[in-house]
Write a protein that binds this ligand. Sequence first.
Ligand SMILES: [Zn+2]
Length: 468
Amino acid sequence: MTKIGLEIHCQLTNLQSKLFCPCKANYREFEINENICPVCMGLPGSLPRLNQEAVKKATMIAMALNCSTPKKIAFFRKNYFYPDLPKNFQITQLNIYGDTSIGGTGSVMVGDKEIRITRIQLEEDPGRLIYEGSSSKNQITLVDYNRAGTPLVEIVTEPDFDGPKQVREFLNILSDLLENLGVSDPSLEGAMRADANVSIEGGKKVEIKNIGSFHDLEKAVHFEITRQESLHSREIEIAQETRHWDDKRKITISSRSKEEALDYRYFLEGDIPWVTIESEIHDKLKSEMPESISSKKERYVSKYNIPSQVADVLSSDKFYSDLFEESHSESTAKEIANIITTDLMGLVDTREKREASKITPKHLKDLAETIQSNKISRNSAKNALYEIVKTGKDLSHIISELDLGNVSDESELIKIIREVISEEFQAVEQAKSNPQTVNFLVGKVMQKTKGKADPKLTLDLLKKEIGV
Ligand SMILES: [Zn+2]
């Protein structure tokens, strides 16, 4: 049986500062090596100071993944020499004195399968290496320390996955969960990275390091299984080794470096005392946890009668579910859910489009109410939505500017209906014996009014005019 285990690194991107110093956690907005200070550079005499918010946010992740949360947590130094690590050690966590990392064992359901979480730890991210030069001969390595010391949460799973598809489903659940908690933005470049271990029936365990995105993680696992199966079928032994993911060629390559074999000489970080998470703080965090995605979904279905599939899409994406939460009332919930999932999602389907979008909850509220009071047809509402996203103008303004309002003035509508009746003599005759044909005539009225006639009123007036 194929066994896959994951080590997922996710940045706490929504924090203000790094894990042990006041430099910004959002290192992406800085020029190279401008988001640094003596602490994150490990200069002599500098002392780390633990970011409380990071402990809270990481604890929330542990809670959301159903992990145990130890009362006391400790930090350790993991020693290794590498250019991306200015201190020559990384401050991380280790469970040698019992469970002292931010989260203990837990589990997540992926379909019917339980994926066990081994532990969750809070640690600092190293700097970033940038390779320049066109070939290995003239290649130089540059270091950018802006990222060094930013808060990172490592989630380690048991080898419970049986294939790339299950891995992908888990990653989808995890990124939705992190976004819903408001702790991380998984769509930011480099915010989610991973290592994986893969073994097939009868083979040894192979570790894959350096996978830079969730998208690549599924590919790397898929590649590695295929490679191992191919070796196995030719009766070549699968070596226990560490391989690196080459994200340009999309293959795993054997890692010649012996860096993984090193003893990291872990020892307690003496500059940071053990941290006690008091039960009041623990309870407070628990009570402040945002509603889970599954509970949101259940509520949408049971309270508003929103179809399960629509509720699923709506609840799993924080951007849309926030819009929904802030705009709906009991009577408009279903309408707004429909507007979001059928029309809005098509208009703002990328991160850039979302950021540029001018839509507010008030727009959605107005749009749903205007549709429900028959002042605008669903077709015109679609056009109005497009304008709203683009310009952010008020709905009433857009309706009059683009002349999108329904033709609901009876006398005007009767004029158009009489026109249609005179033009469609045959259909009118048919309608007298076959009421279904009336719908054809409604369609003709819609054509003439460019979809702006109130369909119900049109039908009633038509029937009256024809006498059916
Ligand atoms: Zn710093």
